[in-house]
Design a protein around this ligand. Sequence first.
Ligand SMILES: [Zn+2]
Length: 690
Amino acid sequence: MRRQLVALTFVSIPLAAAMTAAHGADLKFRTTPEAVQTSKPAATPRSVELDALDKTADPCQDFYQYACGGWIAKNPVPADRRAIGRFQEVQERNFLLLRRILETTPADSAEADRKKAADYYAACMDDSAIEAKGLAPLGHDLATIDALVNPDDLPILVAYLHTIGAPAFFRFNAQTDLRDATQEIAVVDQGGLSLPDRDYYLKTDARSIDIRTKFAAHVERTFLLAGQSPEHASHASQSVMSIETKLAEAALDRVKRRDPAQTQHPMTLRELQAISPAFDWKRYAEAAEAPKFQALNVSVPEYVGALSRLIASAPVDDLKDYLRWHLLNVSAQMLPKKIADADFDFFSRTLAGQQEPEPRWRRCVTQTDQRLGEALGKAFVDAAFSAQAKADTLKMVQDIKSAMRQDIDAAPWMSGETKKAAMVKLEAVVDRIGYPEKWRDYSAVRVTRDDALGNMQRAIAANRQRSLAKIGQPVDRSEWSMTPPTVNAYYSPDRNNINFPAGILQPPFYRAGRDAAVNYGAAGAVIGHELTHGFDDQGRKFDGEGNLRDWWTPADGKAYDDRATCVADQYSAYTVAGDTHVNGRLTLGENTADNGGLRLALMAYLAGPGARNNDKVDGFTPEQRVFLGWGQVWCENARPEAERLKAATNPHSSNKYRVNGPLSNMPEFRKAFSCKADAPMVRPTACRVW
Ligand SMILES: [Zn+2]
């Protein structure tokens, strides 16, 4: 919520947070980086990865199978994963490096940030200390909830729980004012759910009912493990389910939330109070130690109205059970094994199909990266990111921006007036590569080697204070929303910048000296993807300064929507796990970015010096290698549960369709592989936005 961003994948974004946007409090839905017990290629591929191909497949039938079939056959999903793919391969390398950095930092290191990260990791790894303490580290917090008697004090309690990361009832934070993107304002948004999406509470099919039953049992079990009586545990579970269902009913769905206008409702604090009288917002904001403010954005006014009615009508004891649950839930991974295991069993096994927990070191690297990411990221960049990689990426960014200029200029459906405005926005896109210029200051975070839960709470609290302090201040555009080791990339519409962490500028995305066709098809298309986000159905509603402002003529806006509808309908016809449709409207922005990004990468490559040599490499033409470069970054095996979870919550399509969707729209692909007009990889009515 702190900031809107459009990422390349959800590999490293907490899925729970995807309810709105990065909240940073909930680790459990994170698709954690995955171990790779994969066979290492014998030699460094100079071009396409021949081992990954399935040469028995017909590229015109199913290009994904052709590009990835060999890899897919060799890499079944390990027991401790929900999915295994190329992103996870890179992440595993990055994580092994981070682990080495953390485990070799001397306890008396003079490098303050690195020592802090290493201490955080060491405390997280000390499972015997965590076991020995039992629930004692939560004692004070649970007692604080117990002590609530007067409902009027609820805002103070909720503010405290938000400070330590429990996402109770709603979200409150700073966000860019989309009417004036140079300023930060306060925002209240929906939140407070435990399941990954509102639909999980509301759908009536057998699978959804089964998940709800298991969720209720999990809540009950957690209360039992926390020492409550069976009667209390059973009642608490019903209270949690009842409260969260009411919140889910009032929440705006993911597709509607993609339209930024739907979550823009500026009002005064007094107006907020009038539509949600049962919760004292001023008291809450003061207890949260937010800077004083008079006006804010209330993302979903209907939600705060429903929240107010809920608070007014539910017994205080039920509200307290709901708050206890969120406290236990957010803390579970730093609590004794029986609670952490129960947490895994529901949130990872039931919801995502993962069979075993990841090794502890990987969970603790994930934690450290999430809580103290830039403290750890500095050492990562020193070890893993070369000046050559930065220079090469910058060159690709410039080439791809040139391709976008040509693409806009040539668009037959846009008027000159809108093209001119689009060019202004394009020229204003800021590109950032590798790592922040200015590193985050963690001096306010106290970390000790014997207090895993306390460390987590203090890191969350410091990050929250840092974030709330922005309310009423100018936007700091130097900040990053991803840490340097992250295998991902993003576009921020309210800052109009594209961002490529050092973590993704690694093979198979980019390799110095590799065949340029493959580097453009992989890293180049990733760059094109992020750039296209500035002009997808969401991004196009923002101007070059990051303001929510319509710069399209009505006719061009209509032409755009018609083209986007073609893409939405195309992807809605795809299914995953045999029974679940991709939501073409939820994934529209990402699919538009995939389609546009790959085209821009191809254009940029063909305009460059690499393409002047038309020789084949390993039997493939330059165009074929660009397409294979793209295809091979998406090779993946995923559990059906994980595919269904992704389809319900993730704005990205399943990897297979991230490959076959764009290619089947491209006459350039058809030509490159000499596909017949009626081949499955040739859509009779090709969709094209960019
Ligand atoms: Zn994206």
